[in-house]
Design a protein around this ligand. Structure first.
Ligand SMILES: Nc1ncnc2c1ncn2[C@@H]1O[C@H](COP(=O)(O)OP(=O)(O)OP(=O)(O)O)[C@@H](O)[C@H]1O
Ligand SMILES: [Mg+2]
Length: 452
């Protein structure tokens, strides 16, 4: 019974010879064994400690096996239970199965039988936890990641992806929002030796500390209010595969410290848990912030940054690789095409406007724009006037020859208001649209007394 992690087994039997035998023999086949002589003690221990499998004798004085099983199930313990029956007591074995036992063994049994059933029970528990975890995962999907791009920058990036995919090193993916960081991460995993294993994505900004910690590392039952059952964390479930930490810069200092510890040692402990689990999970992380700057500002741990940044990839913004825009447009026209509808195309003027536009929301904004055009424009040829107002040439600023010129400060003020309106009040993309940094923008907003 060779396997990577020991199976944690609790043996509950009032007969000393059985306890001694199990305690002596099972560790040789990769089990970690604890023995107790009664149902009462078993329940007590299970409320504090997690086991994979409970080997439960049915015939015991005091709290009998069946009653122990009943209480154990209603307490929410995740362990699988294998019952031991003395004589061919098939009836109670059937009852135990009805109560949720995984299997039963009839005494006297061979050790090889015990080992086989333990291994199957532990495997079942693992699968069950994986299924639960998989249902929680966002952004999971088996479709191959298709990354389009003919620009020099994208070609160089894709070459890097192929090159670094084969190692087991962490990869840090940086880039503005919507540039394709998620897609790159998926492609990296698919090109890696871990492709057949899990690729699990977690958005670090979407959880409070405690929940994030429990998502990543798992928790034991009762570890905190609401932890009604044991849960395996993503690192554990993705063992052998990859975990993608999206928006990693949003992690709190406390979580950063915890993550660093796991990366340093390769061992993790569930929240409220007592045992260390060794995992072999590859880490990808992504951020749309300048992580180095976050480190300088004291918001991100430098040691964690070093750990994550073994290999770093930077996805260029779309405005710096305008050559990619036409193929992406074509791709999204195909992707969003309504079945039965005539394929649409762009007039050269419309295409040229889309290429000129700075795309502060990058590829995602482009995809959304095309999707809207496909749905909303009735004809097959899309003209400039069909494009969203922000992409069409400016009409807000007076440009008529005969109009008196505006003071430059007024032009600036109008541009800032337009940019903020366009980004829904978000400063970072607005600053990018305006070609200035956020600090300058903030300063000007104050100076012109602009209400966001
Ligand atoms: N090069 C590309 N080829 C094809 N599709 C792309 C490309 N880049 C991005 N996309 C698509 O654009 C959308 C946005 O990409 P993605 O979610 O990977 O960006 P992101 O950088 O992770 O964004 P955020 O910072 O908001 O998380 C996705 O639908 C993705 O499939
Ligand atoms: Mg993303």
């Amino acid at each position: 019974m060779k396997q990577k992690h020991p199976i944690h087994v609790l043996v509950v039997d009032d007969e000393k010879p059985t306890r001694v035998l199990m305690e002596r023999e099972l560790p040789q086949s990769g089990c970690n064994v604890v023995v107790v002589p009664s149902g009462e003690e078993a329940l007590q221990l299970l409320s504090r400690q997690d086991f994979d499998v409970v080997l439960l004798d049915l015939k015991m004085p005091g709290l009998g096996g069946i009653e122990t099983l009943r209480r154990l199930r209603s307490s929410g313990t995740e362990a699988e239970v294998v019952v031991l029956t003395g004589h061919p007591g098939v009836e109670s074995a059937v009852e135990a199965m009805k109560l949720g036992a995984y299997d039963y063994l009839t005494k006297p049994f061979k050790l090889s039988e015990v080992e086989a059933v333990l291994r199957r029970a532990a495997e079942k528990r693992k699968l069950r936890e994986e299924n639960i975890a998989l249902r929680r995962i966002v952004g999971q999907g088996d479709a191959a990641a298709v990354i389009l791009g003919e620009s020099h920058a994208m070609r160089a990036l894709l070459e890097m992806v192929q090159r670094v995919a084969v190692s087991h090193a962490p990869v840090l993916i940086a880039g503005e929002t919507g540039t394709g960081k998620g897609l790159i991460a998926k492609a990296l995993h698919q090109a890696s030796p871990r492709a057949e294993q899990h690729f699990l994505v977690i958005n670090c900004s979407a959880f409070q500390d405690q929940l994030l910690e429990s998502e990543l590392f798992g928790h034991e039952r009762g570890a905190f209010t609401g932890a009604t059952s044991t849960k395996a964390g993503l690192f554990e479930v993705a063992d052998g595969g990859t975990v993608f930490l999206d928006e990693v810069a949003e992690m709190s200092p406390a979580m950063q410290a915890k993550l660093l510890q796991v990366l340093d040692t390769g061992d993790l402990r569930r929240v409220g848990g007592t045992r260390e689990r060794r995992v072999d999970t590859r880490i990808f992380a992504a951020t749309n912030r300048d992580l180095q700057q976050e480190v300088h500002a004291g918001r991100f741990r430098e040691d964690l940054w070093f750990r994550l940044n073994v290999v770093s990839l930077s996805v260029p913004p779309l405005r710096e690789r305008k050559e990619d825009i036409p193929i992406l447009i074509e791709h999204f026209f195909r992707q969003f095409r309504v079945p039965g509808q005539q394929p649409k195309s762009l007039s050269p003027e419309a295409l040229s406007l889309l290429v000129q536009y700075p795309w502060p929301g990058n590829v995602r904004e482009l995809a959304n724009t095309i999707e809207r055009l496909v749905l909303l424009i009735p004809g097959t040829l899309i003209e400039p006037e069909d494009l969203p107002a922000n992409i069409r040439p400016s009409v807000a600023l007076p440009s008529e020859e005969g109009d008196p010129p505006l003071p430059l400060a007024e032009v600036e003020r109008i541009s800032i208001i337009r940019a903020l309106k366009y980004t829904g009040g978000k400063k970072a993309p607005a600053a990018r649209l305006l070609g200035i940094d956020v600090k300058t923008l903030t300063h000007k907003i104050q100076r012109y007394d602009i209400q966001i």
